[in-house]
Design a protein around this ligand. Sequence first.
Ligand code: ADP
Ligand code: MG
Length: 340
Amino acid sequence: MSEAWEEAVPDRPVSIRETFDIDIEGEVLGFAEPSEHVPAIDPGYRFDPRTTMALLAGFSNNRRVLLQGRHGTGKSSHIEQVAARLNWPCIRLNLDSHISRIDMIGKDAIVLREGKQVTEYREGILPWCYQRPVALVLDEYDAGRPDVMFVIQRVLEANGRLTILDQNRVMSPHPLFRLFATANTVGLGDVSGLYHGTQQLNQAQLDRWNIISRLDYLSEEEEEEVVLSKVPLMGQGENRKILQQMVRMATQTRIGFEAGDVSTLMSPRSIISWSENYAIFGDVDYAFETAFLNRCDQAEWPIFLEYYQRCFGRTLSETGQQIWKRVSSEEEAGKVRAHL
Ligand SMILES: Nc1ncnc2c1ncn2[C@@H]1O[C@H](COP(=O)(O)OP(=O)(O)O)[C@@H](O)[C@H]1O
Ligand SMILES: [Mg+2]
């Protein structure tokens, strides 16, 4: 038995201007109600016009859209946030090396039925989505294993069918099934050496994507707006300048990453955590250490500290060396006496 959301159709006009802040007239159709698999709306989200138009074509015109861009540019979240605005159920599948062909298509399993052991087919994630009004996002598409890519290749044709050889089953896609992917590279393998584990995608694979869109980092001003929408405290007084310095620091790490000097970069999420930690601890340096530095390779710390110096004009912890200290033994003794 199918659930109510599986029967729904997109019949609610959504204004592109009002919903995505893109300066054009036009509407796309979304579902009337959110359902179980619809991502939560991020109210401060900044839609990139080109990327968003590509994704809207994906949803409305059943185009297969591949988003390409560096780590943390907002590829996955763009797809999720467009889906959220359209109330389109959306399932994200990370194609990192742990996903196998069996996970994708399913397998036979032995189950007990009326006391007897019978083999039963357990549907994998791909056929499950394929037969429902679901946008499937293949995240880190360029990291997929060859056996997985082979399965995906067959569903890439919009009118293609999914054949599950092991099952002798042929499925047709649900008319509202949509397919998206994100990749760090454009499938030419990784010449830069920045993205380990990415595979070279063959041309036949790439040809099957109808729309390939590139996404870059937000401008520093826009990134500040994103942080302000999440942590309004950063707009108050002195904090405004601190926020600028934080965003500049993030830019430094991205330049360094690009150049191969460091292996970790600050995504917009890292700046948000940094700001949140600052709001909690009241100390920029400690907030930086806990939001970012402590998860970086120690061998690279000197480089990060140099970036920090460039952005803040002082060395890390120069002022906040000891933001907290233990009460001195004298004070402690005083307290003990007071108790007696
Ligand atoms: N345009 C944006 N507006 C608001 N937040 C963004 C934007 N782009 C990225 N982010 C935030 O940055 C983080 C990383 O984005 P993500 O979509 O995971 O990047 P990617 O998939 O490209 O690695 C997420 O927390 C996301 O919410
Ligand atoms: Mg991603």
